[in-house]
Design a protein around this ligand. Structure first.
Ligand code: GLN
Length: 548
């Protein structure tokens, strides 16, 4: 029988509820349990796919082609839980389902209301979120206790928990203990008030996880316990991590969170946990032997979350190679005009992430030319791969007008063009080429060598594609097609095989990288960047600098 853990948040947003939820999954998996994770989001968008990265961070794509909240990325990176469209429900998706059913006459004349119809639909979504065979389903409720828009979700989880066997559902509440410099102490009042808000609507947290800058004193634990009606042992401290978010499972285990969870849920599981893989990861993360700098040239570089999975994938690859990866985040437009030598000088590798629209494209192309001519490790992802193809067509093939029709609808050399089936699409939400497709790797290419396989499944999110009319000419000039989607002979990977790493992929490998299992392409990219740094250090120019 599936047990349910509901994770809510209080006091402020951005407390790291997604990471805490993912860490809970890790700890329970370590006890041999089969976990599912789901996020309930109170916004009205049907899914986050139509939101700007500045609104909501990156749009994460699941294997089954769902455009998701970036928290689903944390879930997948940390845990083995199967993540897909069932792992997310939003106010928008719930309402659109209820309204569809109302229009179809399925409510048989009833007045359709928030309670019970919306709350019932939320409970149906929670059930769908836990596939058969799940031991523990973890459900993170987005928003902060006290928000008007989360109320139907909180009411729904209250009702849901009531219907479970005793001890089969529990509530974890994540709060903040703010540190006040003036009084030199952390304050518990916001936590008390936030728990008060939950209790007003009938939710009593079983476990409190308290985010804090400094360690919680025994006195504070007692006070929180007493006023929030939670046993002192179940008041868990989650102190800010020192080096990486991947320390969180270790910290929470040390604080006894997994013990509190299995006790509440009356689960008999093995103990103690073997966390050596995570400990090893923390060790490598904290004490890197090398350091490289990768330039990420994009449109949304001011916001780290906009390319979250890319930064994570680079860091995973770095950790595997005992290397700290520093990011030089560069606004693509700056590369279009500025002094490119100053902007990019000194980097060990260049990565062009995905993107949409004309703005920034010329800057990305200029950066790519600079990197290609210097034989620098260069990685293009989605729009980045398209930009690589355009740059090569213009500057090597001599097709001056080469472009994507996304930037110039009437361009005379459309080396990147709109996919056939996209011509008829008018709706923006959920209509791109989404999710995993098979890609056959071409023998003898660098990409095939890196993957060490002949078939891979990678995730997509795009409307434009490589125009195969140019394939022969591009290949003859040296830009090889290293991977194809065979059903349509669509080129998914381009590479310059004579360079150590100059690879562009139409898909998003970053979504499949995990801290304990880095993605092979990211690993090869970081490795090449590291090697080129070593070579540069051996070169006479570098020696000269040193001797000065
Ligand atoms: N805008 C491009 C397309 O739709 C690339 C998309 C992306 O980078 N995710 O094809």
């Amino acid at each position: 029988m599936t047990r349910f853990i509901f994770v809510t948040g209080g006091v402020v947003s951005s407390l790291g509820k997604g990471i805490t939820t993912a860490a809970i999954a890790v700890l329970l998996e370590k006890r041999g349990l089969k976990i599912s994770i789901q996020k309930l989001d109170p916004y009205i968008n049907v899914d986050p796919g139509t939101m700007s990265p500045y609104e909501h961070g990156e749009v994460y794509v699941t294997e089954d082609g769902y455009e998701a909240d970036l928290d689903l990325g944390h879930y997948e990176r940390f845990s083995q839980a199967p993540i897909g469209r069932h792992s997310n429900a939003t106010t928008g998706s719930i309402y659109s389902e209820v309204i569809r059913r109302e229009r179809a006459g399925e409510y048989l004349g009833q007045t359709v209301q928030v309670i019970p119809h919306i709350t019932d639909a939320i409970q149906d979504a929670i059930r769908r979120g836990a596939p058969a065979g799940t031991d523990v389903a973890i459900i993170e409720v987005g928003g902060t206790a006290g928000d008007i828009e989360s109320l139907p979700f909180l009411e729904a989880i209250r009702q849901f928990a009531l219907k479970q066997e005793p001890g089969h559902a529990m509530f974890v509440h994540l709060t903040l203990l703010p540190y006040l410099k003036a009084s030199g102490e952390m304050k518990t009042k916001p936590t008390q008030q936030s728990v008060g808000k939950l209790r007003e609507i009938g939710l009593q947290p079983d476990v409190l996880v308290c985010r804090c800058e400094k360690p919680m004193t025994p006195g504070m634990r007692e006070k929180i316990s007493l006023f929030c009606n939670v046993r002192p042992d179940d008041v868990i401290q989650e102190q800010d991590v020192e080096t990486t978010i991947y320390e969180v499972p270790l910290d929470l285990q040390r604080e006894g969170l997994d013990r509190a969870l299995v006790q509440k849920l009356q689960l008999k599981t093995s103990a103690p946990l073997d966390m050596s893989d995570w400990e090893d990861l923390r060790e490598r993360w904290a004490n890197p032997k090398h350091e490289i700098e990768i330039a990420v040239v994009g449109k949304y570089i001011q916001l780290h979350d906009a390319y979250k999975s890319i930064y994570e994938a680079l860091a995973h690859a770095g950790a595997a190679l005992n290397t700290k990866v520093r990011f030089r985040k560069i606004l693509a437009d700056d590369c279009a005009e500025g002094d490119i030598d100053t902007i990019l000088g000194g980097i060990d590798g260049l990565l062009i992430p995905g993107g949409f629209g004309e703005r920034g494209l010329e800057g990305k192309i200029r950066a790519l030319k600079w990197a290609r001519e210097r034989k620098l490790a260069t990685f293009g992802i989605c729009f980045g791969m398209q930009a690589m193809t355009i740059e090569f067509a213009r500057n090597v093939l001599g097709l001056e007008n080469a472009n994507t029709t996304e930037a110039d609808e009437n361009c005379t050399e459309p080396v990147i063009h709109l996919m056939d089936e996209q011509g008829k699409v008018t709706d923006k939400g959920g209509t791109m080429r989404l999710g995993a497709y098979a890609c056959r790797l071409i023998e003898g290419t660098r990409s095939a060598e890196i993957y060490g396989r002949d078939m891979v499944f990678e995730r997509h999110r795009h409307r434009w594609e490589y125009n195969s009319d140019y394939r022969e000419r591009l290949e003859k000039a040296g830009l090889l097609s290293a991977g194809v989607y065979e059903q349509r002979e669509l080129v998914e990977i381009v590479e310059l095989s004579e360079l150590p790493f100059y690879i562009g992929v139409q898909y998003h490998p970053e979504f499949k990288s995990k801290p304990l299992v880095p993605h092979p392409l990211f690993q090869a990219f970081v490795k090449t960047a590291l090697q080129s740094q070593d070579q540069a250090a051996d070169s006479p120019a570098a020696v000269e600098v040193e001797s000065r």
